[in-house]
Design a protein around this ligand. Structure first.
Ligand code: MRU
Length: 355
């Protein structure tokens, strides 16, 4: 399994995704400020991985605190959570991960739990979230596997794989599960300008698993669809609104329209905690704007003339009407999404069929 991130006695160890595919190096974050930097600088990225990293960030902050009473520890926890929450705005998993550890802290502090016990409990929780993420990806992979063709080509955008989670992946988890069941799938990976998650990361991890993978530039998908070369599209998600509108890596929206035009199913795969019931529709999802340098430069080399205007929104929103199904670990959601999401949220043990 690809070790995206890991809690160690020395700190949280992250595979440095900014250096892939050419170098496999690790960055050890020994305090919560360093975890925040790792998330902000995209050394770790992908919504579920960001969520667990943030949980580990809060846990490491509490674990290393020198506070001797709960009043000062609580003030520190506020600051830790604020610092981590300011790293990236779009993936709701970040806020979910922070809230998980914070809620446990609040509960234990309210019960006057001794500080050493609080420290062990938050670290144990962060590690449990890590294990649960892998289990959820495997379950959602199994739930979605048979939606993919027995034989054919599947397009994906960005990296929603092992690298974007604690292991296995969401969209790539579904592809992995299908391949494990004997589907003969070729993957087309959009390069995903400007950060190249598809070209650098999706290609790297799928080749490691011997899944045939071809990289294409983002503007080539429509042509290949028109030639009948793509049988399904599957992507991950950074935040799914209560009506099913889905924020994912910039360029996903265009792919969804192309898929609709060509009658190709368009699937979103995400753990249920990516659904943000507090966000009614896609227009309310905050879209991260990243540095112009990601667009102006490639591999340290300037690509555009000085002084030109630059756009760099990191995500876009795919309206629910373009989504064929949302695959989660709890089951497969279909339109009308507002209703199916509400039902699934109300019944956490519900398991919808994949048919
Ligand atoms: O900016 P990134 O690389 O963090 O964006 C990642 C994506 O958009 C992924 O598709 C999404 O987080 C789902 S990952 C399972």
């Amino acid at each position: 399994m690809i070790p995206t991130l890991e809690w160690t006695p020395a700190g949280v160890n992250f595979l440095d995704q900014t250096r892939l595919p050419l170098e496999e190096t690790y960055v050890l974050a020994t305090d919560y400020h360093q975890v925040a930097t790792v998330i902000r600088d995209m050394i770790v990225r992908g919504a579920p991985a960001i969520g667990v990293s943030a949980a580990m960030g809060v846990a490491i902050g509490i674990h290393h605190s020198s506070a001797t009473n709960l009043v000062s520890l609580t003030a520190e926890v506020d600051l830790i959570c604020k610092t981590l929450a300011e790293t990236r705005p779009t993936a709701v998993n970040l806020f979910w991960g922070i809230a998980q550890v914070r809620d446990l802290y609040t509960q234990l502090a309210a019960a006057n739990t001794p500080i050493p016990q609080i420290k062990s409990a938050v670290v144990a929780l962060a590690n449990r979230l890590y294990d649960e993420d892998i289990a959820q990806c495997k379950t959602l992979g199994a739930n979605g596997a048979d939606l993919l063709p027995r034989e054919g080509t599947v397009l994906t955008h960005c990296n929603a794989g092992a690298l974007a989670t604690c292991g296995y992946g969401t969209a790539l988890g579904v592809i992995r599960a299908a391949v494990e069941r004997g589907h003969r799938i070729d993957v087309l990976a959009d390069e995903t300008r400007p950060y190249l998650q598809g070209a650098r990361l999706t290609a790297w991890e799928l080749l490691k698993d011997n899944i045939p993978t071809t990289v294409l530039c983002d503007n080539m998908a429509g042509h290949l669809m028109s030639k009948g070369r793509i049988q399904a599209v599957i992507v991950g998600a950074d935040r799914i609104a209560a009506n099913g509108d889905t924020a994912n890596k910039i360029g996903t929206y265009s792919v969804s329209i192309l898929a609709k035009e060509h009658g190709i199913p368009f699937y979103v795969a995400a753990p249920f905690n990516t659904i943000d019931l507090a966000t009614p529709e896609g227009s309310a999802i905050p879209i991260e704007q990243r540095s112009p340098r990601e667009v102006t430069h490639s591999n340290g080399k300037q690509m555009t003339p000085d002084g030109v205007g630059i756009e760099n929104p990191a995500f876009d929103v795919t309206p629910a009407k373009y989504i064929t199904a949302i695959i989660t670990e709890r089951g497969v959601l279909r339109a009308p999404f507002a209703e199916s999401i509400r039902t699934m949220a109300a019944n956490s043990s519900s398991t919808l069929t994949t048919a």
